[in-house]
Design a protein around this ligand. Structure first.
Ligand SMILES: NC(N)=O
Length: 642
């Protein structure tokens, strides 16, 4: 990472010493790298572990609903990405939009929801990751929780947002390779399974002795799975909160080029689908198939419910399929997922704390170097915070499964108010605040009342079950939607987007000037500092610029409007297909997969993973080939001179 940052600073005009580059990657990253960054930010420990948990519990419907329920938010976010480019092209965080549109009170409400989202996602990463590390290596769980973020903090501090994209890229590449290793092993070479047909037989045998409650005929081979459908709805609600309120996704929209942001989100969403779908269709179903095999780590017992809820189904099947090398491969893939997502969370929170709290309320005239210093410090503060929260969850008996189902009801109220803040000129301050807070209240109430009503007591066990969490998630998100719309229509407003377009408008892009002149720093930044930065730039041996190699077309509102149309149409059509047209006929017809259909299902999972690898691993290299050629020549020239 240090090497990459050195090369970037020496040979390109993007210096990590500038806060604009550190926090927004100078807003010119191409769609392949953004898509790869989206895939890796959205690939949590849970994407691998919880998807395998639901495969173990519900059969083929689990991976499908995990993937379909959490892809659509990324597709829909393409609409917001486009609106950010249209209505607030110079913002650093989405909370800056809230601040200039609604003022300080609403800003603090949204800061609260944004930070709760990041804390839940960050601590959930460490909770899932550490459970598997402890299970496979015996390491103390608290040591694992604290060790995981240390390295990530170091490379994010060194490299900033662009560095996280580059690390995301390399981690996604490794993740794809290992995922394909598991898939090929399970479905082609393993002595225990070795083919889709053998997996089909083993799943049928498992259904005969361990039928799935709520599935037609107890089968693992059907989408007629009541609890998988409930999980899918929770996933839709909770995923909306963890995408729309997580600055990491806004940051990728902000970092991308205006006209390609939409493509990046659509590509990223479609590429991400393959990860939980392919991974859990392999390791989650293998856990069902091999649970009674002597190679299974819990043999002769079946895994316990707490083990499954902690996300250990994948760890057990990886060990059963491949022994020690399976355990090592799972640890590596999990490390890649946890670190690349943690890096996205760290820099996202650092941007919020730097721009929305420090620069807005503490030191409005902060200089660029002060902003960079605070960004670095906040990365470490948040690294520590997420570890502390993961320890708290662990100490009070909350596991990955519980946190996964509950997250959405805590943040769901703010989903629609946040989306409307950049898309609907009619949403008022009262509508936004009422939607957020009432959504939180109703979500909590629906959750606890349902647990008490259905199970007679409110405990960690009952509050982590499907129906209470479904009620809470739906209550929160729908209340946020209904109240923000109703209140805004009763006391209407008509916002002028020119106000948000003016955010940081007078900032001269560092990309063009190499000196940062945000409104707050134009006059205040010490001129010596600017001179030093300019001098650093002049002394650079040569500055390779992707734009010089491949100049981008000018941005115009007509092309942004057509990108917006593309975002709306593609997110609507893909969502309809993934969440209704494909699963619902299979659900209502009570279809149980035939052997041939299951084989085709597995083949599709392979093809999708290959397409996903092409999008997130090959496309970023292809689209920057001219830049890398020029960079290589610059390095050669520099070496010749030495
Ligand atoms: N990112 C998720 N929901 O796996």
């Amino acid at each position: 990472m240090m090497g990459i940052s050195y090369l970037q600073n020496r040979y390109t005009r993007f210096s990590t010493k500038h806060s604009e580059e550190f926090n927004t990657a100078s807003r010119n990253v191409k769609p392949g790298l953004i898509a790869s960054g989206i895939v890796s930010a959205w690939t949590w420990a849970a994407t691998l572990l919880q998807s395998s948990t639901v495969a173990y519990r519900y059969g083929v419907a689990g991976p499908f609903w995990y993937a379909a329920g959490a892809t659509v938010q990324i597709l829909m976010f393409s609409v917001l990405a486009c609106k950010v480019k249209q209505n607030a092209p110079k913002c650093h965080t989405y909370l800056e939009i809230i601040y200039v549109r609604y003022g300080a009170l609403t800003h603090w409400v949204f800061i609260f929801f944004a930070l709760v989202t990041n804390i839940l996602v960050g601590s959930q990463l460490l909770l899932g990751g550490s459970a598997v590390v402890t299970s496979l290596t015996g390491m103390n769980v608290y040591a694992a929780i604290f060790l995981i973020p240390v390295g990530v903090c170091a490379y994010v501090v060194l490299g900033g947002l662009r560095a996280t994209f580059l690390c995301d890229y390399s981690h996604t590449l490794i993740l794809m390779i290992i995922m394909l290793y598991f898939m090929f092993c399970a479905y082609t070479s393993s002595d225990l399974i070795g083919s889709p047909s053998r997996m089909y037989d083993l799943l049928q045998q498992a259904a005969a002795t361990r039928p799935v409650d709520g599935n037609i005929g107890g089968s693992y081979l059907t989408l007629k799975s009541n609890f998988a459908l409930v999980f899918g709805v929770i996933q839709l609600c909770s995923g909306s909160g963890t995408v729309f309120l997580d600055q990491a996704y806004w940051q990728r929209a902000i970092a991308s080029r205006p006209k390609t942001a939409v493509h990046a989100y659509i590509l990223g969403g479609m590429a991400w689908f393959a990860i939980p779908f392919g991974f859990a269709t392999t390791l989650g179903l293998s856990a069902v198939a091999l649970a009674t095999d002597p190679t299974f780590p819990t043999y002769p017992n079946l895994p316990t419910e707490p083990q499954i809820s902690s996300g250990l189904a994948a760890a057990f099947s990886a060990s059963a399929l491949l022994g020690k090398s399976g355990a090592v491969a799972l640890l590596i893939v999990l490390f890649m997922a946890v670190t690349s997502c943690a890096s996205a969370e760290l820099i996202a929170v650092s941007s919020i704390l730097t721009f929305d709290i420090y620069k807005t309320y503490i030191r409005p005239l902060a200089s660029p170097s002060q902003l960079i210093f605070v960004s670095h410090a906040m990365i470490c503060v948040f690294g520590l915070t997420m570890a502390v929260f993961a320890c708290i969850w662990n100490a009070i008996g909350i596991d990955l499964g519980w946190l996964f189902l509950v997250m959405g009801l805590l943040i769901g109220g703010a989903v629609f108010p946040a989306a409307f803040a950049i898309t609907w000129r009619g949403q008022t301050k009262a509508g936004a605040i009422t939607g957020c807070l009432a959504g939180l209240g109703v979500g909590l109430l629906a959750w606890l009342v349902t647990a008490k009503h259905l199970y007679g007591e409110v405990t960690i066990a009952t509050t982590g079950l499907e129906f209470p969490t479904l009620a809470g998630n739906l209550g929160a998100i729908m209340t946020g939607l209904i109240l923000s719309v109703a209140v805004s229509l009763i006391w209407p407003g008509d916002f002028d987007w020119e106000v948000t377009r003016a955010i940081n408008a007078s900032t001269h892009s560092e990309v063009s000037s190499q000196t940062e002149q945000s409104p707050a720093t134009t006059d205040a930044a010490p001129s010596k500092e600017k001179e030093a930065e300019a001098e650093a730039e002049r002394s650079s041996p040569s500055s390779v610029d992707p734009e010089d190699v491949e100049p981008e077309e000018p941005h115009d509102s007509a092309s942004l409007r057509s990108a917006f149309r593309l975002a709306c149409i593609s997110s609507f059509v893909l969502t309809l297909a993934m969440d209704f047209l494909i699963p619902m006929p299979m659900f209502f017809s009570h279809y149980v997969f035939s052997r041939g259909f299951f084989t085709a299902w597995v083949v599709i999972s392979f093809l999708w993973v290959f397409a996903s690898a092409a999008t997130s691993c090959i496309l970023p290299i292809w689209e920057t080939r001219a830049f890398f050629g020029e960079l290589g020549r610059s390095i050669m020239r520099d070496l010749m001179r030495a």
